[in-house]
Design a protein around this ligand. Structure first.
Ligand code: NAD
Ligand code: TYD
Length: 348
């Protein structure tokens, strides 16, 4: 039976990399990209595959269960890779309801439609999640697959809820699920509300670089194409019912990372060394700001043979180049609503 894989959120940052990988690598599959095209979704991200014979885009909302049920019937969906979500912590603090409805209810809708549509045959419902569900670490330790959940922002709480629902459908209904929890991604096509593209854009435009609190918070960074490779590996080789942590073994304090980006961009923009660092501005801390995220990705490495492919310096270099070479993309996504968001969020 031909696989007809529904990828939700395929017009977003990570989703577009996953769609591209699957469309190019598996011409024998039919890839259906379902996306609501919120502020974070952009079909420009998929220009290079939009005419591929094994690719189709459907605009739609996972909040609408009847629409999903019709889509499963019409397209004979065999598998789901679920990425659609509201994804930005700061927006979840200023407006949590959209996160609750899309991330929790939307995931429940997809699970329910898969459960009632997949009465026979082989299927996979693969749910993509975040390491933020595990909470906040101190200086020591790593998140393992067995670490108890302790989400602390509306975003991470909504993702944790959706993870619990996915596991409940496995235990209760034997829905063939897989899950993964990944650390912070970076790379091309990331919306410039997240740290790395926001800093790139601000450095380029000589705007203040807003560092929250002390800048000592730590994140583990993974190149988005390595995450997409991990998703491919888990989709094909991961065990039904299992969870895999994905990380880069690449921890940085925010301030060290921002300084590193300033150095890279001073060279690329032909500025004197130290010029961009002068733009660093400490601003009011994020409410409930998690101190440190760090992933133990031993399980996916040992069981499935996945490891990151790219050194961070090379990944950052490629990422900066992409943003500098894609001025039209960045101008497009930072016009209109972004200006309003930026002003509201960073005004103090
Ligand atoms: P993103 O915000 O860039 O993209 C989300 C996509 O989902 C957008 O295309 C948007 O239009 C779509 N969407 C939003 N609401 C929808 C709805 N109701 N119906 C259909 N589509 C909808 O997010 P991202 O950074 O690409 O993250 C993708 C997934 O990966 C999310 O589930 C996120 O929790 C998870 N994740 C992200 C990171 C990260 O560092 N960005 C790390 C780990 C896990
Ligand atoms: P972000 O990219 O929003 O990812 P997440 O909160 O999901 O980890 O932020 C990464 C880190 O950078 C986080 O510790 C918050 C910090 N940060 C800033 O210091 N300034 C900013 O303008 C942004 C967007 C984030």
């Amino acid at each position: 039976m031909q696989k007809k894989i529904l990828i939700t959120g395929g017009a977003g940052f990570i989703g577009s990399h996953v769609v591209r990988l699957f469309v190019n690598k598996y011409p024998e599959y039919q890839i259906i990209n379902l996306d609501k095209l919120t502020y974070a979704g952009n079909l420009e991200n998929l220009k290079d595959v939009e005419n591929a014979p094994n690719y189709e885009f459907v605009k739609g909302d996972i909040q609408e269960k009847d629409f999903l049920a019709q889509l499963f019937t019409d397209k004979k969906i065999t598998d789901v890779i679920h990425l659609a979500a509201e994804s930005h912590v700061d927006r979840s603090i200023s407006g949590p309801m959209e996160f609750i409805i899309t991330n929790i209810v939307g995931t429940a809708n997809l699970l329910e439609v898969a459960r009632t549509s997949w009465l026979e045959g082989e299927h996979v419902f693969y749910h993509i999640s975040t390491d933020e569900v595990y909470g906040s670490l101190g200086a020591e330790g790593f998140f393992e697959e067995t670490t108890a959940y302790d989400p602390r922002s509306p975003y991470s709480a909504s993702k944790a809820s959706s993870d619990h629902l996915v596991r409940a459908y496995y235990h209760t209904y034997k829905l063939p699920v897989k899950l993964s929890n990944c650390s912070n991604n970076y790379g091309s096509h990331q919306f410039p509300e997240k740290l790395i593209p926001l800093m790139i854009n601000n450095i380029k435009n000589n705007k203040p670089l807003p560092v929250y609190g002390t800048g000592e918070n730590v994140r583990d960074w993974l190149w988005v194409e390595d995450h997409a490779r991990a998703i491919d590996t888990i989709f094909h080789k991961g065990k039904i019912g299992d969870t895999y942590n994905i990380g880069g073994w690449n921890e940085w304090t925010n301030i060290a990372l921002v300084k590193k980006m300033c150095q890279i961009m001073d060279v690329k923009l032909g500025r004197d060394a130290g010029t961009s660092e002068k733009l660093i501005t400490y601003v009011k801390d994020r409410a409930g700001h998690d101190m440190r995220y760090a992933i133990d990705a031993t399980k996916i490495k040992d069981e499935l043979g996945w490891v990151p492919s790219l050194e961070f310096e090379e990944g950052l270099d490629k990422t900066v180049d992409w943003y500098l070479q894609n001025e039209e993309w960045i101008n497009d996504v930072t016009s209109g609503d972004y200006q309003k968001y930026y002003k509201q969020h960073y005004s103090n």
